[in-house]
Design a binder for this molecule. Sequence first.
Ligand code: ADP
Length: 259
Amino acid sequence: MIEVKGLYFSYKRKEVLSSIDIKVQDGEIVSIIGPNGSGKTTLLRCINKILKLKKGEILIGGQGLEHISLRKLSTLLGYVPQRETTSFPFTVFEIVLMGRRPYITWGVTEYDIEVVYETLRMLDLDSFSNRFFDELSGGERQRVLIARAFAQQPKALLLDEPTNSLDLKHQLEVFDIIRDIGKKKGVSIIYAIHDLHLAARFSERVIMLKNGRIFADGAPESVITAGNIRDVYGVEAYTDSNGGSFHIVPLRALKKEER
Ligand code: ADP
């Protein structure tokens, strides 16, 4: 379980997250939405201990983040950043094997290799294993970063815009796999996403941020409403959740004087 309690974060003097309280249960799938600059990436980076909180606390499995070593943390949390570059020509296989690093003490085991190959297969990357990471397309790289996080076999996964550069087929496939891992293995999933349809379709709960604060938190159809889209994004939209599927049709951006 991940608990964020009374979190505040600032970059220098600029407060970016305020009064954030979130509890995510094992196996729960939660999306974080909000306009550009609302604090989604910063929140994920605080939970992953990349950034240091100004105030508040974060507990992973009941233990305070400050008491968890980085090595231990990488067995608990897998983090998929929006993008990453390497300073050395690593192959896809080597990058995914890095996900096993927290488990490796005396050397890479057969099990580690097995996990890497299985993960590459799962993400449709088997034919890429000897390619250099820096020579792949944006979408292929994104799948490699997701594979590396899966290979960590963490208790929770944090994903920052995991499907931004993926084509339609891989978007759906990646989310199916993410949902499977959440449900079958009890892994908590938190993902930041721009696409409101993907948030509504693949998460059980949506957290909507506005200016670094939680504006709404609940079931997709109760959070992604025309009223909230208007208040948070400044966009007039039509939403419809009839027949088991959820549709959002953005109609127009509101003028300043209309907001
Ligand atoms: P989101 O992921 O929702 O687009 P971010 O968490 O990236 O939002 O950014 C939240 C706010 O923090 C924005 O106003 C952004 O300009 C600012 N910000 C992000 N990274 C930095 C940084 N390294 N230094 C200073 N300000 C930053």
